[in-house]
Write a protein that binds this ligand. Structure first.
Ligand code: CDP
Length: 211
């Protein structure tokens, strides 16, 4: 059985939480595709001592290991910025393409979250959701996640960071962030996470017959 749920949207919109809930409910595998770009980004920064070389980034994308994906520093703002820089390099995206496509069509069902799942990785996905929320709400949510590890971080800094990343992700030539034509747009600005999960589960249930 092949069944793909594609969950796209801007930074800190709640994609990961919704994806994990959908995967757990229906017994699907889950891939956080942002972690692939984050892993390439932090490694490229390290190798280039702060400067990202596109050729090296592409090589790193072609040889990612589980250890790279298990690093503890992938969720930092710096990793997010590095991710969005390497994500605009066509050779990096090309190196990660096949793995994601295969994952999306694996037996038993899969949920993938990212920016281009419904448009590029799996245009044939059975369910497509584009999760969004206002910039300010997203910044507050992400600030809550990051502030424990970095108490001096302000909401304004997080907001700037998210906007810079969203602008880069939406403006790039290759696989820009945008809702697929047939995606349900879920604006979670005025919803708590439980309500957002409920709406996503309802949509999947309306399409997935469990076989
Ligand atoms: O969790 P958050 O939404 O903040 O970011 P993420 O999903 O971990 O993605 C980090 C960065 O990777 C994004 O800003 C994009 O530049 C890039 N990305 C992408 O280009 N395509 C994807 N399918 C997933 C992430």
């Amino acid at each position: 059985m092949k069944f793909t749920v594609a969950i796209d949207g801007p930074a800190a919109a709640g994609k990961g939480t919704i994806s994990r809930a959908v995967a757990a409910k229906f017994g699907f595998a889950y891939l956080d595709t942002g972690s692939l770009y984050r892993a390439v980004g932090v490694k490229a920064l390290e190798v280039g001592r702060g400067v990202i070389d596109p050729v090296i980034a592409a090589q790193l994308a072609g040889s990612l290991s589980q250890t790279d994906l298990d690093r503890g520093d992938l969720r930092t703002a710096m990793a997010g910025q590095a991710a969005s820089k390497v994500a605009a390099i066509p050779e990096v995206r090309a190196a990660l393409l096949e793995f994601q496509k295969t994952y999306a069509r694996r037996d038993g069902g899969a949920v993938l979250d990212g920016r281009d799942i419904g448009t590029v990785i799996c245009p044939e996905a059975e369910v497509k959701i584009y999760v969004t929320a206002s910039d300010e709400i997203r910044a507050e949510r992400r600030h809550k996640e990051l502030v424990q590890a970095k108490p001096e971080l302000t909401v304004a800094q997080v907001l700037n960071d998210l906007r810079a990343r969203d602008d880069r992700d939406a403006a790039r030539d290759i696989a820009p962030m945008k809702p697929a034509d047939d995606a349900l747009v879920l604006d979670t600005s005025d919803m708590d996470i439980a309500e957002a999960i409920k709406q996503a589960l309802t949509l999947v249930r309306s399409v997935y017959d469990g076989t």
